[in-house]
Design a protein around this ligand. Structure first.
Ligand code: PHE
Length: 346
């Protein structure tokens, strides 16, 4: 009888789990304390007949030792684990990793590249710190064109050289990459050139001192204005869907002739009037035109043989329409509440 009870307790003790201090104390009270089961058994041992005493005493002592070392083991285990994680529930789903996401301007740039790559346009790159030749002179800007003036351009170094201006500046548009491409590559050329540009403008909801453009250049034999129009129509539909409306307004750029500004219907107010479309229902997204013969000549391309179109699109504007954002400043404020809204849905 007594031996059976001892064996029972032995297996109980061996299998005991203490998940917290309370359960540990319960263990101590039940088996080890003076009023515990084991002390009780030692009391009973006195009544056991002398021939059995030796054997029963042996197993009882074993039980006592096992219980004591179990208490040490359980105490050490609990002390090693911080209190909170002692209560870990392994069935809970894991806390998701905080992953970042791409900036809305990057998302839009990627989309623009994707659309034009399918039309056979390569992606080209150029410097943000530029010389006067690539930013102005080669693009047919006359000597005294107002865009060269201090109020528009951030000059890094002003110097006059033999061939006129030799200034170093922050590029005011991505059209500098047109020149760099045509200087080193013979037509046909079909490329887009995304990048950051700088203008000395007061910062407001519609303007910033730096922003982003994607320039496009297509030079080949027999390229006409219809090709430009078709390319822009295709782009606008891919970017905004079939309901988008587009209009070309006659304009002027020194480096294109004829020139046009491209407007799309305002997707922010749907035509009812807002600060982005200045209550006109239309938003300008690009300047465009047929590359001026003087520009081709500056790059040693024969304008009698080749023609081409170019356009420069504002990535901020395209993004504002795409996501219905009405303030340009949000793009550079790094407000996490704004940026998180562009997290891809997984
Ligand atoms: N470079 C012009 C601008 O910044 C845009 C443009 C590019 C116009 C190419 C015509 C052709 O406004």
């Amino acid at each position: 009888m007594m031996e059976e009870r001892i064996q029972e307790l032995l297996s109980e003790v061996k299998g005991y789990l203490a998940r917290d201090k309370k359960e540990l104390e319960a263990f101590r009270l039940k088996y080890i304390s003076k009023k515990g089961e084991i002390s009780e058994l030692f009391e009973q041992l006195r009544k056991v007949s002398s021939e059995q005493k030796k054997n029963v005493g042996k197993v009882l002592n074993q039980l006592k030792q096992t219980a004591e070392s179990k208490l040490v083991e359980l105490t050490e285990k609990l002390d090693a684990v911080p209190v909170e994680s002692a209560e870990i529930d392994l069935t809970l789903p894991p806390v998701p990793n905080e992953i970042g996401n791409l900036h809305p301007l990057t998302l839009t740039r990627y989309r623009i590249i994707e659309i034009f790559e399918r039309l056979g346009f390569n992606v080209a790159d150029g410097p943000e710190i530029e010389d006067d030749w690539h930013n102005f002179s080669a693009l047919n800007f006359p000597e005294n064109h107002p865009a060269r003036e201090m109020q528009d351009t951030f000059f890094i170094e002003k110097k006059a050289g033999e061939k006129g201006h030799q200034d170093v500046l922050l590029r005011t548009h991505t059209s500098n990459v047109q020149i760099r491409l045509m200087e080193k590559q013979k037509p046909p050329i079909r490329a887009i050139m995304p990048g950051r540009v700088y203008r000395n403008e007061a910062i407001s909801a519609r303007a910033h001192c730096f922003f982003h453009q994607v320039e496009a250049l297509y030079i080949d034999k027999n390229v006409g204005f219809a090709d430009l129009k078709q390319t822009i129509y295709h782009f606008a539909k891919e970017m905004y869907g079939n309901d988008i409306k587009i209009r070309f307004r006659p304009s002027f750029f020194p480096f294109t002739e004829p020139s046009a500004e491209i407007d799309v219907s305002c997707l922010i107010c749907k035509g009812s009037g807002c600060n982005v479309c200045k209550h006109s229902g239309w938003v300008e997204i690009a300047g465009s035109g047929m590359v001026h013969p003087n520009v081709l000549k500056s790059c040693n391309i024969d304008p009698e043989e080749y023609t081409g179109f170019a356009f420069g699109m504002g990535i901020e504007r395209v993004t504002m329409l795409r996501y219905q954002i009405n303030d340009l400043r949000l793009f550079s404020e790094n407000d996490i509440r704004f940026l998180r809204q562009f997290q891809p849905v997984i």
